[in-house]
Design a protein around this ligand. Structure first.
Ligand code: F6R
Length: 638
């Protein structure tokens, strides 16, 4: 276990926080604690009481516990569980209910006694809700209280469904969900309007009563709220911050989730740091932002007044540091993302040769390519490179039913007018399945196939605007996605083989990919995991030695400026091209997980992100562009 130990860097933190290199490593740590307790209690023939959470976060922990049950004889026979919460209005067998989630993710795979598993009842009549919540509390107490409580954290700072406003004295009750929480759940329910408005949740006080608490968090999306929870004052605007009052609570988080903690973000403010080139650039971009000065105007006082005096001592003058970082940042900018042929490439992010390059863009879902690097793809294609875009998953789960219905009606009408019976019969079958599935039912294989085709059409139409013909597009439909659903995906060798086959066929000189640092159960993260495994499978292939990797951040976000190794400018016209490309993904107009405000559409958000990056470069004193797309160089460890 090599999680970062607490040190002077953690002096601002009010909750012990373990930063692990990966979610799996953190889950092993927590699983060890749970295993030790269960074994100790089993040996004394006593029960162990676990408080459990749902959502993406604990899934890997539950998988590890199932593995230990199967392979290491860990018995849950005496374990009693209490779940934190349940959507109000959903029955236990509803596909999105937390009871169903727990059955699928843990209960059905271990020897827990069904009567020992407790999840609040989402169908409790309104008038009985108060009494039923009290009974839940009493049952916890009668079982001896919770020994270990597992928590995730929402972007509102909720634990359980204790939204902002919940105090430390709150107990199990019926609550109204925050709009951000409902937006985060919109994908699961195929649209925000379908997400229940209420839930039953244990209170903050109920959680604080647990003897030991582990809060888990993965991925960058949680970084901001985690920093506020761990470093801020306890406040009911961030209910998780009340965990500061718990005597035995540990946050187990991965590096991406930790990235906003001061010890990660501004380590020079809390202790001595090793001034690597990345750290120098990171601190100087921060300093320029803080002093609102371009890099070349930073003075010695700016450094010393902002905790960076040792950088000056170590590296010389402000003048030298300013010039060096200015040049490094300047050299990230290129209008030639595939390298400029026959040019001196000493100070360019990409190599000039070979030209043209075989460029492979890996897009987890059909919108990600254009959303994140539409401008770059357009340039690569225009500059004569051989661009292939591979859509790794079909993205069919993200097509709302009304969009599918509209298209199916079109097919029926066309089929009828052409008297194409086979087509009409099939389309009617899909239509009927859509009618039968109801609002939250699962999509049948036929519906999923049909929705996948809709997304293919959108991808083709978008790619056309980026000057890519359909023969440049590949649809991998990776099996993990086709067989799964959100928060429950699991990759396998089949996925790796499919991608390795494509890689060996294309033999790329350049690969654009995403998913690093995302929530490990998200589609981009699973696609990235598949890529890493596929690269291992191709490790002896000659093309791999010549291949460079460029990571894009993913929809809804951009790398931090100091992380960008290649910045590709977009002129006003190119930005318009890109926006038109995104606009072709009509079924995704407001589905993107990056959408955080209702008024925003995917295309608005994409241009805001790219414009914001250009503004930061401008503020640093570099050239002023309309928009920029950023990439980080990645060197796989193979
Ligand atoms: C789930 C729960 C919630 C989640 C939180 C994070 O039972 O109580 O507080 O832990 O919303 O959700 P994920 O893990 O999906 O990011």
């Amino acid at each position: 276990m090599n999680a970062t130990p607490a040190s002077e860097f953690s002096q601002l933190e009010h909750i012990p926080t373990r930063i692990s290199a990966s979610a799996d490593e953190a889950c092993t740590f927590v699983a060890d604690a749970i295993t030790a307790l269960i074994k100790e209690r089993n040996a004394d023939a006593k029960p162990t009481v676990l408080g459990l959470a749902t959502g993406s976060t604990p899934v890997r922990l539950y998988r590890e516990l199932i593995r230990r049950h199967r392979e290491e004889d860990l018995s849950f026979e005496r374990v009693i569980t209490f779940n934190l919460d349940e959507y109000y209005g959903l029955s236990g067998d509803h596909p999105e209910s937390y009871r169903r989630f727990m059955q699928d993710q843990l209960f059905d795979h271990v020897d827990l006694k069904p009567e020992n598993t407790h999840v609040p009842d989402g169908l409790t009549p309104r008038e009985e809700a108060f009494a039923s919540c009290q009974a839940y509390e009493e049952l916890i107490a009668a079982s001896g209280g919770i020994d270990i409580q597992i928590l995730g954290i929402g972007r509102t700072g909720h634990i359980g469904f204790n939204e902002p406003g919940s105090g430390p004295e709150s107990r199990t009750r019926l609550v109204t969900l925050d709009s951000l929480t409902r937006r985060d759940a919109a994908r699961d329910f195929l649209g925000e309007e379908n997400v229940p408005r209420h839930a039953i949740t244990m209170g903050v006080g109920t959680i604080l009563d647990a003897r030991k608490v582990f809060l888990l968090a993965w991925g960058e999306a949680k970084a901001e709220v985690l920093a506020a929870t761990v470093e801020g004052k306890p406040t009911d605007t961030i209910p998780a911050s009340f965990l500061q009052q718990h005597p035995d609570c540990v946050f187990c988080i991965d590096e991406a989730a930790a990235s906003h903690l001061t010890r990660q973000r501004h380590p020079w403010l809390v202790g001595p740091v090793e001034w690597t080139p990345t750290m120098v650039r990171k601190s100087m971009v921060w300093l320029a932002g803080k002093t609102k000065k371009p890099l070349l105007k930073l003075t010695g006082e700016d450094y010393t007044e902002n905790g960076m005096a040792d950088l000056l001592t170590e590296k010389g003058s402000a003048y030298d540091l300013n010039i060096e970082t200015f040049n490094t940042t300047q050299h990230t900018i290129t209008g030639w993302p595939g390298g400029k042929p026959k040019a001196d490439d000493t100070n360019r992010p990409e190599r000039a040769a070979p030209f043209p390059k075989r460029c492979l863009v890996l897009s987890p879902e059909p919108t990600d390519d254009v959303f994140c690097l539409g401008g770059t793809i357009h340039r690569l294609a225009n500059q004569g490179h051989e661009v292939t875009v591979a859509y790794m998953t079909s993205g069919n789960l993200a097509v709302p039913d009304p969009d599918a219905r509209r298209s199916i009606e079109l097919i029926i009408e066309l089929g009828e007018s052409l008297r194409d019976e086979a087509e009409v019969t099939h389309a009617r079958k899909v239509e009927q399945q859509l009618n039968e599935k109801g609002l939250f039912g699962e999509d049948t294989a036929d519906i999923r196939q049909f929705k996948g085709l809709i997304r293919r059409g959108e991808a083709r139409s978008s790619a056309r605007l980026l000057e890519l013909t359909s023969d440049r597009l590949r649809f991998l439909d990776l099996p993990f996605y086709e067989k799964g659903r959100y928060r429950r995906f699991k990759t396998s060798q089949e996925d790796v083989d499919a991608l390795a086959k494509l890689l060996n066929e294309v033999k790329p000189h350049q690969i654009f990919a995403t998913g690093q640092g995302h929530d490990p159960l998200s589609v981009p993260a699973l696609c990235f995991e598949t890529l890493v495994a596929a690269l291992h499978a191709c490790k002896d292939a000659p093309w791999l030695k010549e291949c460079w990797f460029w990571l894009y951040r993913g929809p809804g976000a951009e790398w931090e400026t100091h992380e960008i190794d290649m910045a590709v400018p977009l002129s006003p016209d190119e930005l318009v091209f890109k926006i038109n490309g995104i606009y072709q993904h009509q079924t995704q107009r407001s589905q993107s997980p990056g959408i955080t405000r209702q008024s925003e559409n995917t295309w608005v958000l994409a241009s805001q992100i790219n414009r914001a990056t250009a503004e930061v470069y401008d503020a640093l004193g570099l050239a002023e562009y309309e928009a920029l797309e950023g990439f980080k160089r990645y060197v796989p460890e193979i």
